[in-house]
Write a new protein. Structure first.
Length: 352
């Protein structure tokens, strides 16, 4: 297949990279990354993969399959348009919005599959296939890769555990304005190193504030890089809010504390006041009820932890094409067409 890996936002890179790694195993696959220059001016895979910032080049590549972790993909591109999701945060309203850009949804687990199949029956213009989430393949392959770095970090700081603070970027949902003092208190009270890993879309003033916070306080470490998963694998516990990283961490079988999550169904420890953080820390580590609830998350949100997700995705894309052919473009209403062009620009179609 001719495959496009579609990166509008930086977080898409480490979601799509496992698909790339699986696809290049076959010489029959041709791959092109689309990288949205406005949001990703510095592409971390530059020099390692074929990519373009030019939507005309994507169109001329004539893709047969386009994998998209975001909410939108240009309707005028050829190829089956595949939603692969940017996480597990089902409580966010936009997770269930059908914008009509996609031919098929590759869902993570039974919880998502059931709902999207109901939506598929309602709208009648997309399919649903349960494959698992591609990032899980990378996690399985690299589960122990950072053990030595973890041990060196603990030895350097003379501590026993690593805690990751990974808040969401959304101003209405983020905990960055509420938890700073509580995080400092936790570091002083507990035998931990605190890692700070912020979302790529986090406001610059909050990023700068917490970078300075790390510089000024012992045993608090600011970490960069687009891949939060590395630091999840190194950590014993994660603190967050309303973020899809919560579910990624729970799928590792490890405890999470959130601050004022909007999730209706909570399968971890949630606090509503910053002063509750120290007690929550102790409870989250050893709470047997939380262990049972984490097992439910694995079974329902994403049981496909076998390292074969990307193979299933590529097989499902090929199967869609066998049954339907390669779509020339996606039929949309005028508003969606306008939104697509406004976001990604126009192209010159063949024959024009």
């Amino acid at each position: 297949m001719r495959i496009v890996l579609f990166c509008e936002n930086k977080y898409a890179i480490d979601i799509l990279y496992p698909i790339y790694q699986e696809a290049i195993k076959s010489a029959e696959n041709q791959l092109l990354w689309y990288v949205h220059l406005l949001k990703i001016p510095d592409f971390p895979l530059q020099g390692k993969v074929d990519y373009t910032h030019d939507m005309q080049q994507v169109y001329d590549f004539s893709p047969e399959a386009i994998f998209v972790p975001g909410n939108i993909v240009p309707y005028y591109l050829p190829g089956v348009k595949i939603q692969v999701f940017h996480g597990y945060a089902a409580e966010k309203k936009d997770h269930w919005i059908i914008r009509r850009y996609f031919d098929t949804y590759f869902t993570q687990g039974p919880y998502f599959t059931k709902k999207f199949k109901e939506l598929s029956a309602k709208y009648g213009d997309f399919e649903v296939v349960e494959t698992g989430w591609p990032k899980q393949d990378w996690i399985k392959a690299h589960m122990a890769d950072f053990d030595q770095e973890r041990e060196e970090l603990l030895r350097m700081h003379g501590k026993k555990q690593i805690v990751l603070y990974a808040p969401t970027f959304s101003p209405s949902l983020t905990s960055v304005c509420a938890l700073k003092s509580a995080l400092l208190h936790l570091v002083k009270m507990e035998d931990i190193v605190l890692l700070l890993k912020f979302h790529p879309l986090m406001r610059k003033e909050w990023v700068d504030e917490y970078k300075l916070f790390a510089e000024q306080n012992e045993h608090i470490v600011w970490v960069d890089g687009f891949n939060v998963t590395k630091y999840q694998l190194m950590s014993d516990l994660m603190i967050s809010d309303t973020s899809s990283t919560v579910y990624e961490f729970l799928l590792l079988g490890r405890p999470v504390i959130t601050y004022r999550t909007i999730a209706k169904d909570i399968y971890w420890t949630n606090i509503t006041d910053a002063t509750q953080l120290p007690n929550a820390f102790e409870n989250a580590l050893y709470n047997e009820e939380d262990i049972v609830r984490r097992r439910w998350i694995v079974d329902n949100y994403d049981p496909h932890l076998d390292g074969m997700v990307c193979k299933r995705m590529l097989d499902a894309a090929a199967d869609y094409i066998r049954r339907h052919g390669v779509p020339k473009e996606r039929k949309l209403n005028l508003w969606r067409r306008y939104t697509s062009i406004k976001t990604f620009g126009k192209i010159k179609r063949r024959g024009e």
